[in-house]
Ligand binder design. Structure first.
Ligand code: NAD
Length: 471
């Protein structure tokens, strides 16, 4: 099937203004706030994903060469679990939460009510094009908002399919996919939204943040960066090697939380490298280009960017590439300078630089010279080193003795810090993110406290006593 047919609507600024206005009117009508409506829309979304599972797998394969196992685990299954959890808990999350009322306010009740922000803009990247557009959408629906979704133009087939499916499943006044590239995104960013959820690079995150500031629009920025992985000398080497190779080469390294580079205790570096080479061959065979488990680089521009890194050090595994096939073999590299681009830029591909250290302090110094990473990995059996790394570094999220897996626990908020992002989501955190927490104090007419009204005269001493008493 071909999903690349040109979109029927041309999204110039007039069409975008009309769409935003129609969603604004729809939200003002109050339909999206109704809890039954929200649940029904989540069920519609679930049905759409289940009915079109094969087509989604096909487009993910066309864009990124993803194996159906990976497509289900990291995209379709991932969001179906999020929908089910949200449906099971939504009534509870949406209920006003009673909080304490201090005695001086009696008779009164206090509560915090989750209300939808209103009209949401979700901008997605290309690397997990289904998960990273649908997971925020689940929260936007659950919290009672409308949404405009802008998929990445680089995941051409997935963008076209998601536009077709979502735009036929939902009313455009409520949820609408706007396909396009920089120009269309810039036109969207001119409009006033009530919340913007952006996933992508730190550079574009900066552009989005500035556009949002013009309207004082709150944002979540899910960005990238260089996520380090430290390996201590006392680890279970076999599991360590296997877990690193899996986390680095899933989606051919095009994962925002992939281990970007390894910092390895020099005592075990040769053995760890041998084991990692063993697992590369075990997972992808002697010629990884023939393996259906290894995906492809998204486009030739990114391919060229990645190939340039191969010149910057010594390749000890992989390095083979084929531009026409957008293929780069899983590659391990050593011996490069700190100034090399591979150590300055987010790699976002199947190349893993390995740096030895003599003392873990050296590893921490190197990490702390850079921006705060989205993820940090530490392999060790030493509890003191766990505490040391947690206390002396800052990162969006951490997995100890594995890679990527903190993203799979929806109880853990997922997001960055500093240059790797603002805000966090998943599970209830997504619902909370798309809900304004409105404070409500409800007083009665039973009692009146005359002290606060003028004339004040000598009431100050009374006031002091009352305030001491209520603290
Ligand atoms: P990107 O920033 O280039 O693009 C993201 C979105 O922004 C796309 O929809 C694109 O059309 C739009 N865009 C691009 N340039 C723009 C501009 N000048 N003005 C307005 N909009 C623009 O990112 P990408 O290449 O799609 O994704 C890769 C990056 O995303 C990596 O840095 C990766 O780490 C990060 N990422 C982060 C997460 C996370 O959860 N934190 C997840 C996936 C990817």
């Amino acid at each position: 099937m071909n999903y690349t047919s040109k979109q029927s609507t041309t999204w110039d600024s007039t069409a975008i203004q009309e769409l935003v206005s129609s969603q604004r009117r729809f939200f003002a009508g109050g339909h999206s706030k109704d809890l039954k409506f929200r649940k029904a829309q989540l069920l519609k979304l679930k049905k759409m994903l289940i009915e079109h599972e094969d087509a989604i797998i096909e487009v993910l394969h066309n864009d990124l060469g993803k194996h159906e196992f990976e497509a289900y685990a990291t995209e379709i299954g991932f969001v179906l679990v999020e929908i089910d959890k949200t449906l099971a808990k939504l009534s509870k999350w949406a209920k006003p939460k009673k909080v304490k009322t201090p005695p001086f306010l009696y008779v009164a009740t206090s509560s915090v009510q989750a209300e939808p922000y209103g009209n949401i803009l979700i901008i997605a990247p290309w690397n997990y094009p289904v998960q990273l557009m649908i997971a925020p959408l689940i929260g936007a629906i659950a919290a009672g908002n409308t949404a405009i979704l802008k998929p990445s133009e680089f995941a051409v087939h997935t963008s076209a399919l998601l536009a077709k499916l979502l735009n036929t499943t939902f009313d455009a006044n409520y949820i609408k996919v706007v396909e396009g590239a920089v120009e269309e995104t810039q036109a969207l960013l001119q409009e006033k939204f009530d919340y913007i959820f952006f996933t992508g690079s730190t550079k574009v995150g900066n552009i989005v943040y500035r556009a949002a500031a013009k309207h004082l629009t709150p944002v979540t920025l899910e960005l990238g960066g260089k996520s380090p992985c430290i390996v201590d000398h006392d680890v279970q080497l076999d599991y360590t090697a296997k877990r690193i190779i899996w986390g680095k080469f899933i989606n051919v390294g095009q994962t925002c939380i992939a281990p970007d580079y390894l910092l390895v205790d020099q005592k075990i570096m040769p053995t760890l490298i041998e084991k990692m080479q063993f697992y590369i061959h075990q997972f992808f065979g002697e010629d990884p280009q023939q393996s259906d488990a290894l995906g492809r680089i998204i486009n030739k521009r990114h391919f060229d960017r990645l190939i340039a890194y191969l010149e910057e050090g010594t390749i000890i595994e992989g390095g083979q590439h084929d531009r026409e096939d957008r293929y780069i073999a899983p590659t391990l590299m050593v011996d490069f300078s700190d100034q090399a681009k591979i150590m300055q830029e987010e790699i976002f591909g199947p190349i893993l630089p390995i740096i030895p250290y003599g003392n873990i302090k050296e590893a921490l110094d190197l990490i702390n010279q850079g921006e705060k990473p989205l993820a940090l990995y530490l392999f060790t059996k030493n509890k003191n080193k766990v505490d040391m790394v947690l206390n002396q570094t800052s990162a969006g999220g951490v997995t100890i003795n594995d890679t990527l897996m903190h993203i799979t626990n929806a109880a853990l908020p997922f997001g960055g810090v500093g240059a790797s992002g603002i805000g966090a989501y998943h599970g209830q955190h997504t619902f909370d993110l798309f809900s304004h927490k409105k404070s409500v104090l409800h007083r009665s007419f039973l009692i009146e406290e005359p002290i606060r009204y003028a004339p004040y005269k000598l009431k100050r001493n009374w006031l002091r006593k009352i305030m001491d008493w209520t603290l």
